[in-house]
Ligand binder design. Structure first.
Ligand code: MG
Length: 272
């Protein structure tokens, strides 16, 4: 069925009791809050809708993410941040025995999450190689990671983003670093972030939701909406980021609802 605001409001919005919210393109763009971002968070709190701010970016710790949001006027708590780093940590906790070691190509958010999962961080060798965005990665780090993988280390990527948007333009993302290691070793990583569904599944559980009462709000058909579709989660596309109306015509993963912006979503939800 073609998604329209009018069709979806009575069917979907009234039933949503938990919300997963993508950050870039939804609440902010770069270092600027999008219109209605603060109001939307306040609206969810008034309505008693628990939410998680779900991001593929593994570089920040929850505390650092809270600071970034506060800096642009959006108030959130560390427990409301759910990054691919956190999800990677939860995945690892379920797969490690407490004596294993890991090499991390990644920044503070990922390193903290891997350590909290019970893995001891090492610079060389190791039972696991865990890779995320690392803006200080060097050839030597990739060489050591490749050697560990060739020695049989297990291989995990926080997210597959090929690029990372900056003021200068697009620069290599976590997926680009993963690709270097895949090319070198022929090994394929387990990848946690969108469009793989594990990040959303774990965020939903953390939020206390189920597939019947949780929706994903995001700006990208190929990641946010595709990941939701894979696990049968309701999805809302917002047109303030990457995907456009013309992308909607071509997509094989249509969202349940499309909104122009946060104000329109709040108005519709208030009426539902
Ligand atoms: Mg986004």
């Amino acid at each position: 069925m073609r998604p329209t605001l009018e069709w979806a409001v009575p069917l979907a919005l009234g039933r949503i009791r938990h919300l997963l919210i993508d950050l870039d393109g939804v609440l902010y763009r770069g270092n600027t809050a999008l219109p209605g971002a603060q109001e939307f968070i306040a609206f969810l709190r008034r309505k008693g809708i628990p939410f998680r701010l779900v991001t593929n970016n593994s570089s920040r710790t929850p505390e650092q993410a809270v600071q970034k949001l506060a800096g642009i006027g959006i108030e959130a708590q560390a427990g409301e941040i759910f990054s691919s780093a956190l999800a990677t940590g939860i995945y690892l906790r379920e797969h490690v025995d407490g004596t294993e070691t890991a090499q991390v190509v990644g920044e503070a958010g990922l390193r903290q999450a891997v350590e909290k999962s019970g893995l001891r961080l090492v610079e060389e060798g190791g039972d696991w190689v865990v890779v995320g965005l690392d803006r200080k990665a060097t050839y030597e780090m990739l060489a050591r990671a490749a050697l560990a993988l060739e020695g049989g280390a297990r291989f995990v990527g926080s997210n597959p983003d090929s690029s990372f948007p900056t003021e200068r333009g697009l620069v290599p993302g976590a997926g680009a670093l993963l690709a270097a290691l895949v090319t070198t070793t022929g090994r394929e990583p387990t990848v946690i972030g969108k469009p793989h569904p594990l990040l959303l599944e774990l965020a939903m559980k953390d939020c206390g939701g189920t597939l019947n009462d949780t929706a994903m709000l995001g700006d990208r058909l190929d990641t946010d909406i595709a990941a939701a579709e894979r696990i049968g989660m309701k999805s809302i596309l917002i047109l303030t980021g990457v995907s456009t109306r013309s992308d909607l015509e071509k997509t094989s993963t249509p969202p349940d609802l499309v909104v122009e912006n946060l104000q329109q979503l709040m108005d519709a939800w208030a009426r539902a």
